[in-house]
Ligand binder design. Structure first.
Ligand SMILES: [Zn+2]
Length: 97
């Protein structure tokens, strides 16, 4: 199949509207969003975006919440690290008191 748009890609639907920078950002995000991502449960690359921040694995049927445009975001990873670190830190703090 021949490529319909040479360089504007998915942002071609906006024609010349909204400015080059905004359309470039849309194109970059949509490109990553439509890729098949790896599943946190079965590890297979079959996770697709169902809706805003809802991701579904077509292999094991796992539905989970993630980023709006990516299943895993840098801020989400940071928040998860803090949450996982909490049970380990609490006993240490109690001992020092
Ligand atoms: Zn899966």
């Amino acid at each position: 199949m021949s490529k319909r748009t040479k360089k504007v890609g998915t942002s071609g639907r906006y024609s010349s509207r909204y400015g080059v920078k905004s359309r470039t950002i849309v194109r970059e995000i949509e490109g990553q969003q439509r890729l098949r991502h790896s599943c946190p449960q079965c590890g297979q690359k079959s996770v697709q975006r169902k809706s805003t921040s809802i991701w579904e694995c077509s292999k094991c049927g796992n539905i989970f919440a993630g980023g709006a445009y990516l299943p895993e975001t840098p801020s989400g990873v940071a928040a998860e690290k803090i949450l996982k670190g909490l049970p380990n830190k609490t006993p240490v703090e109690e001992e020092s008191l």
